[in-house]
Design a protein around this ligand. Structure first.
Ligand code: ADP
Ligand code: MG
Length: 395
């Protein structure tokens, strides 16, 4: 799960991570009022979307930049008016962009230096890792690719936690001395506490700014939370904004299905994550492009299968469907009845290839055959992939 920058900054305040004062607004008038409330000159208006790269983004109405430094409440209102209700395209949103329905008005700071600082879970070492760099700002991806030696890494011991010496080591590597080091160590410690207590899998601060008056402040915030821990993070769950998520993924989560939308045109409905991944691989191997990852789980019901089918068909890019089921706990006949119910309800007209194997497979195949639907059977994975790729190519 992700959250917006303005929500992240509320968490920063709660945990004592230094960040400029800010206020969220949903209308241009609210933005003007927020600017007056924060007061003074030197403010920023920031589009709130679940994507980075906003500073260098462009709105579909031609307005440039999702982050603007301004000086008066009138300007805040004017700029917010140009952003709200518009779609912002950045290198992280994809070409379709993201609708901006809120802006953050915050105090602007005079930046002397932009660093990069992140805490994330590193699967290769099974440890939380601190990633930092003096090359912060808006091009960190390029830094990691072209000059990986400029990326500082520090791993956290699982039982000891982040140690003060490690914080000082990172601060020193960022060139921070004296009072700046003290502030940085305090900020890193607070951020790590926030990361652990909120079950985050990523907290990224880019830029971690050093101001001209020698303050260390977090200017941007990107959070990922571990979905498997959300059951014990009731406060975090309330921050979810489903309008920022793929509607297909939101619908799938309501039915307890694991669905991830992709760009291809061959939809897959599979039981088991490993089989779902190999199904995607074999579609690609035979020259097709999967439209999704979809795992209906080991013991799906007829209703879940029907729901999964409808989610697949809700994607206008889908030109064919491959159902690949290995019945272990799953009864193949349950899958067959779910497919038929969904196909009848939605008036399915796309090519559909079904490979069933395992538990009660004979009854499942019989049910499909008797349905009168135009379903192509397949005997194994290769056969199934070749048939669906050919059917989509012919359509
Ligand atoms: P994104 O990463 O989505 O582009 P950021 O929040 O990092 O958005 O903002 C982009 C840039 O705008 C930052 O690198 C920084 O230079 C500037 N900026 C952001 N917030 C402030 C602020 N409060 N004061 C001054 N400059 C800011
Ligand atoms: Mg940023």
């Amino acid at each position: 799960m992700n959250i917006h920058e303005y929500q992240a900054k509320e968490l920063f305040e709660k945990f004592g991570v230094a960040t400029p004062k800010g206020k969220v607004a949903a209308t241009a008038e609210e933005a003007g009022a927020a600017a007056r409330e924060i007061g003074g000159t030197g403010l920023v208006v920031k589009a709130q979307v679940h994507a980075g790269g906003r500073g260098k983004g462009t709105f579909t109405n031609g307005f440039k930049g999702g982050v603007h430094v301004i000086n008066t409440a009138e300007e805040a209102q004017e700029i917010a008016g140009k952003m709200l209700g518009q779609t912002l395209v950045t290198h992280q949103t994809g070409p379709e962009g993201k609708l901006v329905s809120k802006v953050l008005i915050a105090k602007s700071v005079d930046i002397a230096k932009e660093h990069y600082f992140a805490i994330l879970f590193d699967r290769s070492t099974s440890r939380h890792a601190i990633i930092a760099s003096t090359e912060g700002g808006m091009n960190i991806e390029e830094v990691a690719e072209k000059t990986p030696e400029k990326i500082i890494k520090e791993f956290v011991h699982p039982t000891l936690g982040l140690q003060a010496y490690q914080c000082r080591k990172i601060a020193a590597a960022l060139g921070l001395r004296g009072a700046l080091m003290t502030q940085a160590v305090k900020l890193f410690t607070a951020l790590y506490k926030l990361y652990i207590q909120s079950d985050c899998s990523l907290v990224e601060v880019n830029p971690l700014a050093i101001t001209t008056d020698n303050q260390v402040v977090a200017l941007d915030a990107k959070f990922n939370f571990d979905d498997n821990a959300l059951y014990r993070q009731k406060d975090i769950v309330t921050l979810r904004d489903t309008s920022e998520e793929d509607p297909r993924e939101v619908a799938a989560s309501e039915f307890g299905l694991s669905y991830i939308g992709l760009d291809g045109n061959i939809a897959c409905l599979v039981n088991g994550a490993g089989l779902a991944m190999s199904t995607m691989d074999i579609i690609k191997f035979h020259g097709g492009e999967p439209a999704n990852f979809l795992d209906v789980g080991g013991g799906a019901s007829k209703d879940q299968v029907a729901a999964a089918f409808k989610i697949i068909l809700g994607d206008p890019n889908v030109k064919g469907i491959l159902v690949n089921i290995f019945g272990g706990i799953m009864d193949c006949n349950v899958i067959a009845t779910g497919i038929i119910a969904a196909a009848q309800e939605t008036g399915l007209s796309l090519p559909l290839v079904v490979r069933l194997e395992g538990n009660n497979v004979a009854a499942g195949k019989e049910t499909l055959a008797q349905s009168g639907l135009a379903i192509t059977g397949a005997d194994d994975l290769t056969d199934a992939a070749q048939k669906i790729v050919a059917a989509v190519a012919a359509a």
